[in-house]
Design a protein. Structure first.
Length: 174
């Protein structure tokens, strides 16, 4: 794909890609506009695209992967900040073991979120990570406050169950 073909793809797909990322993952961080830009840069950097049958779908997959990676990085960063703040308050030192356990828990949480139905995952992300109240979550998703609360509660149950299972498998006591 030549530079002019990538420019044409950018002109026709950028807005739709940003809208897709907004709908699937919310407003960020990472911001959908930045992720869309990076997706086009990765596509252009790839060089020969002759083996790609559907560049639009390929671009969306790149953007989805970038968004998930960015989301994981942001969640990890927030977890480290929270862990450091809690450790300072509690006087507990962050040991390599505690950091490793935290990273493993984060992987379990992210995998559990990935397996959730779209509306449940969005409700959880909007409420717990973006800090929206349940009424605002409901408005964003076009559902009632009660439905939003149920989605968040079920998401938390799924995450708690997945973490409990992972702790049992690893022999971790909490």
């Amino acid at each position: 794909m030549s530079n002019s073909e990538i420019a044409q793809l950018y002109a026709t797909e950028y807005r739709g890609l940003v809208a897709y990322l907004n709908a699937a993952f919310g407003t960020g961080p990472p911001e959908p506009e930045d992720v869309a830009q990076r997706a086009f840069m990765q596509l252009a950097a790839r060089g020969d695209l002759s083996d790609i049958r559907n560049p639009r779908s390929f671009l969306r997959q790149i953007a989805r992967n970038l968004m998930i990676s960015g989301f994981r990085a942001e969640t990890t960063r927030r977890g480290y900040e929270r862990s450091a703040a809690e450790s300072a308050i509690e006087g507990v030192e962050s040991t390599p073991q505690r950091v490793l356990e935290g990273n493993e828990e984060l992987v379990v949480i992210m995998e559990t979120l990935d397996r959730m139905p779209h509306t449940r995952r969005r409700a959880m992300i909007l409420h717990r990570f973006d800090g929206l109240n349940l009424a605002d979550v409901g408005r964003r998703l076009g559902i009632s406050r009660t439905a939003a609360a149920k989605h968040v509660a079920r998401a938390m149950q799924a995450i708690d169950a997945a973490l409990a299972k992972a702790h049992r498998e690893l022999g971790v006591t909490r």
